[in-house]
Design a protein around this ligand. Structure first.
Ligand code: ADP
Ligand code: MG
Length: 224
């Protein structure tokens, strides 16, 4: 479990100072699908970046399974990102010159466990597309490849920044179900950022942000 306490994030100096996060308190649980919902500029990506060890808070503390990681240095953060965190981006970030299977295999090489890339591509229903290059795939298929790549790392924490942002709503729903299934199956903490309130219906927990502040936290423990 990741716990953020009294987190404030400031950008810039003096009159140009921006309060991206304002005294935020959040708990992220393993096996849960958490959605961070808010309009553009509300601090969603900032919060995701802090959770992923890509940035540090200006104030407040962060702990992971009870270990205080607030003062982790660059080296410790890079190990955390490498060993613990998986990322899914809005525009997939696949390598154009590698096939779907090879794109997934890249993440698998970072981490040593029993499975190979084929297993993860099968999990997202793309075995039949394994030898295709990204340019030969639809947006939804590319996003599924990028999810397979993230899952191949077997991350404890999977962070997704607007992963359906470039997809139609039907394809987006499929992506969401896939992410939610991943959370349940491997006890991963999946955190997804979106500005689209429709997607909150899938979540175990919905954190609403506005102007850097949390306006509500809605837990739906019994949701299927
Ligand atoms: P969201 O993802 O919800 O659109 P962000 O977390 O990207 O919001 O941004 C929150 C606020 O912080 C915005 O006002 C944004 O302009 C500002 N901000 C984000 N990153 C930076 C940065 N690197 N430098 C200065 N301001 C930033
Ligand atoms: Mg953002």
């Amino acid at each position: 479990m990741i716990e953020l306490k009294n987190i404030t994030k400031l950008y810039g100096e003096g009159g140009r100072k921006v309060i991206a996060l304002n005294n935020v308190n959040v708990k992220i649980e393993a096996g849960a699908f958490t959605v961070i919902l808010g309009p553009s500029g509300s601090g969603k990506s900032t919060l995701l970046n802090l959770l992923g060890g890509m940035d540090r808070a200006s104030q407040g503390t962060m702990s992971i399974n009870g270990t205080d990681v607030t003062d982790y240095d660059d080296h410790a953060l890079s190990i955390y990102r490498r060993d613990v965190v998986g990322f899914v981006f809005q525009f997939y970030n696949l390598i154009p010159s590698l096939t779907a299977l090879e794109n997934v295999g890249i993440a698998g090489q970072l981490h040593h466990h029993g499975h190979n890339a084929t297993v993860y591509l099968e999990e997202v229903g793309l075995t039949h597309r394994k030898n295709n290059f990204p340019a030969q795939l639809s947006g939804g298929e590319m996003q599924r490849v990028s999810i397979a790549r993230a899952l191949a790392k077997e991350p404890k924490l999977l962070l997704c920044d607007e992963p359906m942002g470039a997809l139609d709503s039907k394809t987006g729903d499929k992506i969401l179900l896939l992410l939610k299934a991943a959370a349940k199956k491997s006890k991963t903490a999946v955190v997804m950022v979106t500005h689209n309130a429709e997607f909150a219906a899938f979540a175990d927990k919905v954190i609403r942000l506005h102007d850097g502040k949390i306006v509500s936290i809605d837990e739906k423990e019994k949701r299927v």
